[in-house]
Design a protein. Structure first.
Length: 237
């Protein structure tokens, strides 16, 4: 029996973190650890990015070098994590429509392996999905702890899945990247994987359609249709 790897983004795909929550937390952590005063430029976007890449951009905008960022990154992530722990409430984060039901359907189908593919650093990824008890749906994940370029993540996920640690044997065409940004679609194409886009993030369905994902949905509210569409994509009978 063929198996298929489904790689899920978090923010804007599974969950919605309300605007203006994350940026001040990142800025505070940099200031506290590196002891520098920084400002956040209005166009700073977290969508389709890795946390490491976002930190580098904040430093570059403030004319500071990111050369020694890796030396301090664990300390910075610890402070970000602690502040997210305090701020995650039902008013600041929500689970998106149909997500839990879709994950349940896919998880109960033994032809699918679910994993995370997210720009979040690992601890924060599990903090967010753990708030809604989604963590057990995912067998493993790849994260944005030390990678600036999100396009590297799909192939990293494939390599991890096929490693001795997990011992799968997926081909790129057996993989589906599921996300809400152009970066998700483009990274899937670069890795020769399929893509599923959902317009629950910053881009509309029409905007996402320009990047030609294999599947495209307004949201996951009709989770049965999403599930059936994934089966059809892989020609699963």
């Amino acid at each position: 029996m063929n198996r298929y790897l489904l790689l899920f983004d978090i923010d804007g795909t599974l969950l919605r973190l309300y605007p203006s929550v994350a940026a001040p937390i990142f800025a505070h952590a940099i200031k506290q650890v590196l002891n520098i005063n920084i400002s956040l430029h209005p166009s700073l976007s977290f969508a389709g990015r890795t946390d490491y890449g976002i930190l580098l951009e904040i430093l570059n905008h403030n004319k500071f070098s990111g050369a020694n960022l890796k030396e301090k990154i664990t300390e910075i992530y610890d402070i970000i994590y602690q502040n997210f722990q305090k701020l995650l409430t039902n008013e600041t984060i929500t689970i998106l429509p149909g997500v839990r039901e879709l994950l349940e359907l896919l998880n109960n189908d033994n032809r699918f392996t679910l994993a995370l593919l997210t720009g979040n650093f690992e601890k924060n990824a599990y903090l967010k999905i753990g708030y809604f008890n989604l963590q057990d749906y995912f067998k493993f994940g790849v994260y944005g702890d030390f990678i600036a370029n999100r396009n590297e993540l799909p192939l990293q996920a494939l390599e991890l899945a096929n490693s001795k640690k997990y011992n799968y044997n997926f081909l790129p065409e057996q993989c589906l990247v599921i996300g809400d940004t152009a970066s998700d679609i483009e990274s899937a194409k670069q890795a020769q994987m399929h893509s599923l886009a959902v317009a629950t993030g910053v881009l509309s369905k029409d905007e996402l359609a320009k990047y030609l994902p294999d599947l495209l949905f307004e949201n996951f509210a009709d989770y049965q249709n999403v599930y059936s569409s994934i089966l059809d994509l892989f020609n699963i009978k």
